[in-house]
Design a binder for this molecule. Structure first.
Ligand SMILES: NC(=O)C1=CN([C@@H]2O[C@H](COP(=O)(O)OP(=O)(O)OC[C@H]3O[C@@H](n4cnc5c(N)ncnc54)[C@H](O)[C@@H]3O)[C@@H](O)[C@H]2O)C=CC1
Ligand SMILES: O=C(O)[C@H]1O[C@H](OP(=O)(O)OP(=O)(O)OC[C@H]2O[C@@H](n3ccc(=O)[nH]c3=O)[C@H](O)[C@@H]2O)[C@H](O)[C@@H](O)[C@@H]1O
Length: 473
């Protein structure tokens, strides 16, 4: 039997737990990594090695290394895996609360607490418990209290915070060459020793100067702030896109002109139909709630506007579609290109595309959606979860929303195309062929500014791009 230097157990085999642990296993042959989940279906999918539960470029190859070598295991044997581990990562979902105190804003840390209870219950040896989930600042206090109160005699726990900064679609490069790894711990001799143990895991492939250590609360809060600041840039640029449409300025030129200043930088200045994803909105609302809880009303309002601006951008997009199409889309076929919240992922959580589809369906349009990675099942799950939109709340939804096998059939006979996700394949479609197959006038609303609007206008399309007045290149 193989001998390992360290044994890791990760609770939660989702978008974060799966890729993060697969990379640790790949980079550290002397570490055994077991990823556990409550869902047998998810664990079975990871174990296939080639039909993974999530789509992420390059991930199959990374998972294959650990599975083949035997130091990466996916399992539902939660208790046994925790019991044999030296380090336990908690990487479970922390969604926005839907009921009770702070509903709609506060993060629900129920799953983290349950993990802590399980760890306390089954541990017969000391463990380092690492919060990888994104949590409100000071959640580690609660985790520590649960662990200490539930611990078997003589068993000691150290709690660390190690938030994850990977972005979906680029998870593998983000994990293999991270901008930084952040680790927070208690500034006590035991806390610092635990920090050093986990620093040593990452130091197998991450340069030491990129491994930042802080106190627990700074680490927890930095994660919320990083997401809030990234989302703030998108909302800022989106707010200016509305001003561009009104004045004749061009948002792409503005992003370039401002982003060239090294103090501002070029990234996250791409105007869009609105940001989506499971975390930006959730984490900002969590920050808003924290500010409110500490009586910091102005700070709460400030960050809340990042979310408000995003809502405005999404509704502005669908309103512009309806207005441009002579104030009615009733009975019209409309193609939506892309449903994932960004390219290179099949994740639909909080995707702007769902909001656009909802608004169009409310107007009784017939919406035909094509996305290379999103199944009809996930699309309808997202409608229900985020928008409470289902056959029960909107009879006939199943017929109004059609999932198409490709972009051409989605657009066939349609009055308009809305590009909601920036998949590369949408840049190189045969738009002449698409135009010829559409009802006229043929509209194209580019929610990602990825098509060559001038070339499409040459073909005959009426093109609307974000942050560019009609008729502009
Ligand atoms: N999705 C992303 O790109 C990122 C997410 N995060 C944060 O990481 C955390 C996890 O997010 P995702 O991986 O996206 O969530 P996810 O929903 O994809 O995965 C969470 C998994 O945890 C499992 N789980 C829940 N309770 C459990 C328990 N008691 N024992 C074992 N498994 C349990 C669920 O079955 C699920 O498979 C969240 O706090 C999120 O905010 C942080 C950075 C990036
Ligand atoms: O905590 C998380 O879950 C993660 O959230 C984001 O990652 P992710 O949501 O996967 O994707 P992003 O690339 O940040 O995009 C988020 C949304 O903003 C949109 N966006 C992004 C950049 C931009 O310039 N314009 C823009 O509209 C994207 O299309 C997408 O809908 C952060 O980038 C990660 O660092 C973080 O770990």
């Amino acid at each position: 039997m193989a001998q390992y230097d360290v044994k890791i157990c990760c609770m939660g085999a989702g978008y974060v737990g799966g890729p993060t642990m697969a990379v640790i296993a790949k980079m550290c042959p002397r570490i055994k990594v077991t990823v556990v989940d409550l869902s047998q279906k998810i664990i079975d999918a990871w174990n296939t090695g080639n039909k993974l539960p999530i789509y992420e470029p390059g991930l199959e190859e990374v998972v294959a290394v650990g599975l083949k070598r035997g130091n990466l295991v996916f399992s539902t044997k939660i208790n046994e895996s925790i019991a044999e581990a030296d380090i336990v990562f908690i990487s479970v979902n922390t969604p926005t609360k839907t009921a009770g105190i702070g509903a709609g804003r506060a993060a629900n840390v129920k799953n983290c607490e349950l993990c802590a209870r399980t760890i306390a219950e089954v541990s017969t040896s000391d463990k380092i418990v690492v919060e990888k989930s994104t949590v409100p600042v000071r959640t580690s206090d609660a985790v520590r209290a649960v662990l200490e109160h539930g611990a078997k005699p003589g068993v000691k726990f150290q709690v660390l915070s190690n938030p994850e900064f990977l972005a979906e679609g680029t998870a593998v490069p983000d994990l293999e060459t991270p901008s930084r790894v952040l680790l927070g711990g208690m500034q006590t001799p035991e806390g610092l020793k635990a920090l050093e143990t986990v620093v040593n895991v990452y130091a197998n492939w991450v340069p030491r100067d990129k491994i930042l250590t802080t106190n627990l609360w700074s680490s927890e809060l930095s994660k919320l702030v990083a997401n809030a600041m990234l989302a703030q840039r998108v909302s800022s640029v989106n707010s200016i896109s509305a001003l561009c449409e009104a004045t004749g300025a061009d948002i792409s030129e503005i992003s370039r002109a401002c982003g060239t200043d090294p103090r501002i930088g070029p990234k996250f200045l791409q105007a869009s139909v609105g940001f989506g994803g499971s975390c930006f909105q959730k984490d900002i609302l969590n920050l808003v709630y924290l500010c409110e809880s500490y009586g910091l009303r102005e700070c709460a309002e400030y960050w809340n506007w990042v979310v408000q601006m995003n809502e405005y951008q999404k509704s502005r997009f669908s309103l512009n579609m309806v207005r441009s199409m002579f104030n009615t889309v009733t009975g019209k076929k409309i193609a939506i290109f892309g449903f994932a919240f960004k390219k290179d992922t099949g994740d639909t959580r909080e995707t702007a595309a769902a909001f656009i589809a909802r608004d169009l369906v409310e107007e009784q349009a017939r919406v035909h959606v094509y996305d290379p990675q999103v199944s009809r099942e996930s699309m309808f799950a997202e409608f229900k979860y985020t928008l409470n939109l289902s056959e029960e709340t909107k009879p006939g939804l199943g017929e109004l929303v059609v999932t198409s096998p490709d972009a051409y059939s989605a657009a066939q006979g349609a009055h308009a195309i809305a590009i909601a996700t920036e998949w590369d394949e949408f840049k190189t479609l045969d738009y002449k062929k698409i135009y010829d197959s559409m009802a006229k006038p043929a509209f194209l609303f580019d929610g990602r500014n990825i098509v060559d609007a001038a070339a499409l206008r040459e073909i005959g399309f009426t093109v609307y791009s974000i942050g560019k007045p009609v008729g502009m290149k």
